[in-house]
Design a protein around this ligand. Structure first.
Ligand code: FAD
Length: 119
């Protein structure tokens, strides 16, 4: 029962260490799998990080632009995935909480494009 526990995380304040190292993917925003968006978010991070570094004069500037562009969205998805865990374990036994479920469509997650988002 406990070997494969899923641990819900809350957002880190910063993903940047010493202005020259940053976190991406689950290291930055580990997610429960109730929205199916953890890996997608890691790929988005990589695309935006590459663009932010290319657009910047220094590593520090690039990492800051990356974090500024990504933190709000990743935190939102992380929170909604955790919320879905609670919804799936709802008290409504006829739906098992599924009536309250949200997915990528209802949250508008597919409207985001990491290739064009401002960095
Ligand atoms: C049950 C389940 C279902 C999921 N379904 C979906 C889905 O449908 N869609 C989706 O988008 N996401 C899904 N996810 C989430 C997705 O799997 C993760 O968000 C994604 O794998 C994170 O990728 P990552 O590269 O950031 O981290 P990881 O995939 O965890 O990769 C980190 C790697 O680093 C290695 N490592 C760790 N420490 C060291 C070290 N010291 N030295 C060298 N290597 C090290 C690890 O072995 C691992 O290979 C699901 C997750 C789970 C658990």
């Amino acid at each position: 029962m406990y070997k494969w526990a899923l641990n819900a995380r809350t957002a880190l304040d910063s993903w940047i260490i010493d202005d020259n190292v940053t976190l991406i993917g689950d290291a930055a925003h580990a997610m429960t799998p109730f929205l199916g968006h953890g890996a997608a978010c890691g790929i988005e991070d990589a695309v935006v990080l590459a663009r932010a570094l290319k657009a910047s004069d220094t590593i520090a500037e690039g990492l800051k632009r990356y974090q500024d562009a990504r933190h709000e969205r990743a935190t939102f998805i992380q929170g909604e995935s955790n919320n879905n865990a609670d919804r799936m374990q709802g008290q409504d036994t006829s739906l098992f909480g599924l009536g309250e479920m949200k997915d990528e469509e209802s949250l508008g997650l597919f409207e985001y494009d990491p290739r064009t988002v401002e960095v």
